[in-house]
Every structure is written in structure tokens, then in C-alpha cells.
Design a protein around this ligand. Structure first.
Ligand code: IVH
Length: 712
């Protein structure tokens, strides 16, 4: 089997199609017929391969992708709901001619005179996932995903966390039963913000808003769904006791009156030319919309005609999706620039002649790393097998599903005959120190990233490190953001984090002729405020302190794990010093911390072992007190017990519950086993509760938990 990075676009598309069919077949045999024909391991390998190809070719992700569509092992954790009216898909039109054909087909079927007007609605095709919401007497009783169209999953608890979905329909004219259907999606801005958080926490990034929305809706823990700002547009219906109106357009307006969000770009048109004009109009606005759309859906407006038209196989005869072509643009790669980041990584960026792709001006594209540029890499979208990128090249760029611009291809025919392959610098352009590709101690593989060895001497690393130190989830000093970090560094006032805490003292020195309050952008008030904000951070939670140091592979999550485990900075430093040989008792303890991988452990030990860095940490600790994690309470009724939380908790978040239990000396586990002492189950608890009951494990609800741990 070819490595994913060696696949051409065509091969990848073919393989994704094959994997989708194959995995769907296994799902059916496993879940539907309880008769699997492959081992779990073989099945997992197929899914992994699918995910890897999708990661590499995000624009090839299929509508029926196993990572999105229903029927996989993950989704089987939900109860099933059989749709009273099946949820169908739409036929596609790829150009104007296909649309003309569609309208012609509809008219012929209805024996409608060819030149008589026939009304259609046109509305954006939202790139999310469809959801069916059942209301009885105006009350939301269930929410089901599309699934295979016949049977979906019950995601009611999760759907209820979406603010666009009313729990109660407004108005007096609500049918006894009505199933409103529409699309759940995640906005582009919210998607980017979520990925920024993931990046800050050192977690893997999401591929695109649609996958993220699908993943968010299928969380077993509704609190996670609630933390994602999912949205919903209503555009269709299923089972209805009585139809409130006779046209598609009026139905959707009725949804709005009941309290749903409907798409503002929906319109009603009487000719094919008007439909296509609306398509162009929506296409023009596409990139400015805060949600992804991938086409325009046309539907016959009259519901009586819709029912006469009926269905062909899996799609209605009365509707079609007019798809947008992929957004491509051609431009010149003017220059390849290398930027040194906080951890010393040399990141290449392509500076392009600015070009508009779907309404957005693109002038920079990340080039990932050295191997990607030379055409031998595996990261990112491969620019056709073995093809390298050179300054001056003509390139085609596109915006992938994840809105991030990427290079699709190089036009070799336009390449200057004297052009030279790009030579990736072997020294840091910021400090002149050698930049090297490290060999991973564990795997023996050469890192794809070249790193500056300058450490603190390197101004680029120092400035990026300062920015990180004061960032929101680290020291978060009011009035000290990225801009100030750069300015203070350039003025020579703050060269490293410890300098922040001597700034006020130095500023007040009698001989100082350049007081902060007299500098550009600073007045007396803002200087006083800044010094106060710095004072306020002289005491800081241990995990924030560890995160702020900017240790490679130690994001917020790992910083919290370290803080919880070692509880004080002194204990943490002792552990780091005792692990220098990557062997012995301290090291064993370190890599045995649940959730800490060896890479992060090594990076942390190496960080504190570097004398220059250690000096700064020690200087910082003279000025700043770290607030230790509260000692676990060994007298509590749950001390030493294994506790599992499940279902949707209403009085505390899952993280709070976990932290509370740990503070009380309990061990929190993720799944129920014979070792579990107590299961705390919220309202929507499912399989874990059943298992606990079967095993005879003590169970309680949230109130019971509070009574146990806070008896007063
Ligand atoms: S109408 C019977 N309208 O597209 C047809 N679908 O390819 C009912 N979709 O599963 C669907 N936006 O998830 C309709 N404005 C829209 C839509 C839309 C997105 C999705 C939906 C459906 C898929 C069909």
C-alpha cells in the first residue's frame, strides 16, 4: 500500500471512495447484522487510513465520509431513532446546463407548458450535517441525526444545548406533531477560535468546520457540545400531523415564526435565469459569509407539485443542489521567507502576489517545512509527486474546507529556465546561530522541522517567548500584550520574563532618563495601571506558571497535569533535576503520570536542564509565588475511592467535578469497571449507568454527590 504522502489527488479520491464503501459495509454487518467479517484491528486500520488521507486532502472529504457519516463505532454509542419520513439526499447540478435540464425534467414530469413560469426557491446549501427535530404539542421531544437516512442517532441532549434550537415552539398554530429539519453547523470564526485554543493547548487541530460540527454533536458528554457554539438553520420537515401552509417558502417562514433561524439568502424565483442569477449572487457572497456553503439548493415551491413529483431512489425529483466549483486562483510565489518561532522552529511562509480567492485576498501561505518545499515532504497538501517550490514560480492556490489557503500546484511550464531550487537556510536569520534538524531520541527519525539553536540569544525566540508568557492563559497581564512585548524587548527593557517583575523598580531609578511614562504610547495613568497589573501577578497558579514558560510540547493540558501531580514548583523542579539522565526513580514517576507522553516529559526535563533558562526560572521564582495545587483531603468520604462521572452534570462542569473529586482525594476514572467505587450519574446517563448497576457499583446523582462531600 502506498504511503499517504505519496498519493496523487486522483488516487486519494479513489481510495476515499473505496474506504467509504468498505467501512460502510463493515458498519452494516457489525451494527445491523451483528456479524462482522473483519477483526476490530483491521477495521480500525481502515478508519485510520481514511482519516490520514482526509487530513492530507481535506478538500476531498466525501459527503459520505466514514468520519462524518453515521453508522460507525463511535455513533453506535447513541440510541437509534427510525425516521418516520426518511431523510434523503439531493441530486447535484455542476453547471448552468444541468440546472436547465433539471427545470426541463420537472416541467415535463408535471406536463407543465415549457414556457410557463414555475416557482422555485433558491437557498444556500449549508455545509454542516442535517438534524431532525421532533416536536409534540410544541415541545421538543427528540433530535436525530440523518444516519443512513432511515435510522439516525438520538442526540437530543446535545441538540438541546444549541441556542438556535427552540425547546418550545412559539405561537398558537403549532401542529400536534411536527418534525423540523435543518442543518447544524459551526461558524468559520468560531471554528478558527476553537482551533486557536486547541493549538494553545498543544492538541491536534480540527480539519474543517463541518467535521468539527459533526464531532461536537456526537459527543457523549453534552457539556462538550454545549461548549461549542453550534448553530442551526431550519429548511425542511419530515413527519407532520398537518401542514401549516402550501408552499416551501411559506413553510420556512413559518419555521421562523416558531422561533427558528432561517437562512436570509433564501428567495423565490419564477425562471431558470433568475435561479441562476441568485446562484451567482450567493456565490459572490460566499467567502464573506461566516459559515461554509457548498452550493445553492433549488426546490419546487408548490407543495402539491412536490408530492406529485415524488422521489427517484434516494433523492427528491423536486429539488437539486447546484454545487460551487472549487475556489482556485493563480498567482506568483514572490518570495519564501523564514520566520523563527518561540520554540526556535524555522517556519517557511510563501509571500504571494496578492490574489482574490472567493472574495478573500490571499498574500501568504504557510509552506510547512523544508521537505514540503523540496517536494519530498508529507505535511500538508502535496504539490503533485516530488514537485518542488521555487521563488518566482506560478502557483495555483485554493481555500480548503478549513478556509486556510493552500498551494494546489506549480505550473512548471511557466518556470524560468534559470530558476534555482530553494535553499533552506541552515542558520537562523534572526540570530545567526546554526539551525538544525533534531533526531528524535525515541524513534530515531529526523524531525521535519529545522530549529534555531540560539535559545535565549535569539531575539526572535525571545520575543515570541515573551508574547507567550503574557498571553491570556499564561500570565495574562493587563496592558501587556504582544505589542508591548515587542516594544519592551526592542527598548531593551524586558529581555526575558523575569525582567517584567523588575520593570517598576528600574523605571523609578534616579538616573533613568527614559521613564516609561514619557515614552510613546505610555502616559502616567497607563504606566501606573501596568505596574499594578504586574503586581497582581506576583502570585499565580502553578499550572499557569508552568504553561507560561513555553516548554515545547507542554500546552495548558500538560501544564495542569504536572501541577496536579507535583503540587508545588519545588517538587516539580526536584523531579526535573532528578530526571536528567532520563532514567531512575524520578523519571519513572514522571512518565507514569497519566496523560503525560514521553515527548513532553523529555522536553520538560531538557528545558530545565539548560542553564540559561534555569537562571531565568530561578530569577522569576524570586519575584513570583506559585500557588500550589491544594493538597488532596485525606479525611474526605471519597478519599482513595475510584469515582466516575457520567451523563450531563447540571451544577458543575465535568472539569470542575473532576477537580473537586481529586481535591477530596478521589481518583477519577473515565470508565466503569469492577474497581469503580462510585458512579455519579447525571440525567442523560446511559451505558455507564447500566454497567455500574450490573456490576453492583454504588451509584448516585449530582445532589447525592454534594450531600456526600458537603454534608452541611
Ligand atoms: S433540503 C429531501 N436544503 O444537503 C432533501 N438540504 O445533499 C432535503 N443541506 O442531507 C434536504 N443545506 O444535510 C436541503 N438548504 C438545504 C440544505 C440541505 C444543506 C444538506 C442536507 C442534506 C444534504 C443533501
Amino acid at each position: 500500500m502506498k504511503e499517504v504522502r505519496d498519493l496523487t489527488v486522483e488516487e486519494a479520491a479513489e481510495e476515499l471512495a473505496r474506504l467509504a464503501a468498505e467501512i460502510a459495509g463493515h458498519d452494516k454487518r457489525y451494527h445491523g447484522e451483528d456479524a462482522p467479517t473483519v477483526s476490530d484491528g483491521e477495521y480500525d486500520a481502515l478508519r485510520l487510513r481514511n482519516t490520514a488521507i482526509e487530513g492530507q486532502f481535506p478538500n476531498l472529504i466525501r459527503e459520505d465520509s466514514p468520519s462524518i457519516s453515521v453508522g460507525s463505532t463511535v455513533q453506535s454509542k447513541f440510541e437509534k431513532i427510525t425516521h418516520v419520513v426518511p431523510m434523503l439526499s439531493l441530486d447535484n447540478a455542476f453547471n448552468d446546463e444541468d440546472v436547465v435540464d433539471f427545470v426541463g425534467r420537472v416541467k415535463r414530469f408535471l406536463r407543465w407548458p415549457e414556457n410557463d413560469a414555475l416557482a422555485f426557491t433558491a437557498e444556500p446549501k449549508i455545509d454542516g450535517l442535517s438534524l431532525a427535530l421532533r416536536y409534540e404539542q410544541g415541545m421538543l421531544v427528540s433530535a436525530a441525526t440523518r444516519g443512513d437516512g432511515t435510522v439516525g442517532e438520538n442526540v437530543t441532549a446535545n441538540a438541546k444545548t444549541i441556542s438556535d434550537i427552540p425547546h418550545l415552539l412559539k405561537g398558537a398554530d403549532v401542529p400536534a406533531v411536527v418534525e423540523v429539519r435543518g442543518e447544524v453547523y459551526l461558524g468559520k470564526t468560531d471554528f478558527l477560535a476553537l482551533n486557536e485554543r486547541m493549538e494553545a493547548e498543544g492538541k491536534p487541530l480540527y480539519v474543517n468546520p463541518r467535521n468539527t460540527a459533526a464531532g461536537s454533536l456526537r459527543q457523549l458528554d453534552s457539556a462538550i457540545t454545549a461548549s461549542r457554539p453550534l448553530k442551526f438553520f431550519a429548511y425542511a420537515w419530515g413527519d407532520v400531523s398537518e401542514l401549516p401552509s402550501g408552499s416551501q417558502f411559506a413553510m420556512v417562514e413559518q419555521f421562523e415564526a416558531w422561533g427558528f433561524s432561517i437562512n436570509p439568502l433564501m428567495g423565490r424565483f419564477e425562471s431558470t435565469a433568475d435561479l441562476i442569477e441568485q446562484y451567482r449572487l450567493i456565490e459572490e457572497q460566499r467567502s464573506a459569509l461566516d459559515y461554509d456553503i457548498d452550493g445553492v439548493v433549488y426546490k419546487v415551491d408548490d407543495l402539491a407539485l412536490q408530492s406529485r413529483l415524488g422521489f427517484v431512489s434516494r433523492s427528491p425529483r423536486w429539488a437539486i443542489a447546484h454545487k460551487f466549483p472549487a475556489e482556485l486562483a493563480t498567482t506568483v510565489l514572490e518570495k519564501i521567507e523564514i520566520v523563527t518561532g518561540r520554540t526556535g522552529a524555522l517556519s517557511p511562509v510563501a509571500r504571494l502576489t496578492p490574489v482574490t480567492v472567493g472574495g478573500v485576498v490571499v498574500s501568504n501561505v504557510t509552506l510547512h517545512n523544508e521537505d514540503y518545499i523540496s517536494g519530498s515532504g508529507s505535511k500538508g497538501e502535496p504539490i503533485r509527486e516530488g514537485r518542488d517550490l521555487r521563488e518566482g514560480d506560478t502557483v495555483t492556490i485554493y481555500r480548503a474546507g478549513d478556509v486556510i489557503p493552500k498551494i494546489l500546484d506549480v505550473d512548471i511550464s511557466k518556470r524560468d529556465e534559470y530558476s534555482q531550487p530553494f535553499r533552506f537556510p541552515e542558520v537562523c536569520e534572526s540570530c545567526g546561530n546554526p539551525a538544525v534538524r533534531e533526531v528524535n531520541g525515541k524513534t530515531g527519525k529526523t524531525d521535519s522541522v529545522r530549529r534555531c539553536t540560539g535559545g535565549f540569544i535569539c531575539s526572535a525566540q525571545a520575543v515570541e517567548g515573551l508574547k507567550h508568557f503574557v498571553s491570556r492563559n499564561a500570565f495574562d497581564i493587563d496592558g501587556f500584550g504582544e505589542k508591548q512585548a515587542v516594544a519592551f524587548y526592542e527598548w531593551g527593557l524586558v529581555k526575558n520574563p523575569a525582567d517584567i517583575f523588575t520593570l517598576e523598580e528600574r523605571n523609578a531609578e534616579p538616573g533613568n532618563l527614559q521613564r516609561l511614562e514619557n515614552r510613546d504610547g505610555f502616559g502616567k495613568t497607563s504606566t501606573t495601571k501596568l505596574f499594578q497589573a504586574i503586581q497582581d501577578r506576583r502570585s499565580i497558579d502553578l499550572h499557569r506558571f508552568i504553561f507560561a514558560l513555553g516548554i515545547r510540547h507542554v500546552g495548558e493540558g500538560n501544564a495542569k497535569l504536572f501541577a496536579r501531580h507535583y503540587q508545588t514548583m519545588e517538587a516539580f523542579l526536584l523531579a526535573m533535576d532528578g530526571s536528567k539522565e532520563f532514567a531512575g526513580e524520578a523519571w519513572e514517576e514522571l512518565i507514569n503520570i497519566d496523560g503525560i507522553g514521553e515527548t513532553a516529559a523529555r522536553a520538560a526535563v531538557a528545558f530545565f536542564a539548560a542553564p540559561q533558562r534555569r537562571e531565568v526560572v530561578d530569577a522569576l521564582l524570586e519575584k513570583v509565588t506559585t500557588v500550589p495545587v491544594k493538597q488532596a483531603d485525606t479525611n474526605s468520604p471519597v478519599a482513595g475511592k475510584v469515582v466516575v462521572f457520567t451523563g450531563s452534570l447540571e451544577k458543575m462542569t465535568r472539569d470542575e467535578a473532576k477537580a473537586m473529586a481529586e481535591r477530596l482525594g478521589a481518583k477519577v476514572a473515565g470508565s466503569v469497571s469492577s474497581k469503580t467505587d462510585l458512579l455519579v450519574a447525571g440525567p442523560s446517563a446511559g451505558s455507564k449507568l447500566k454497567k455500574a448497576e450490573a456490576l453492583g457499583v454504588e451509584t448516585t446523582d449530582e445532589d447525592g454527590w454534594f450531600e456526600l462531600v458537603e454534608p452541611l
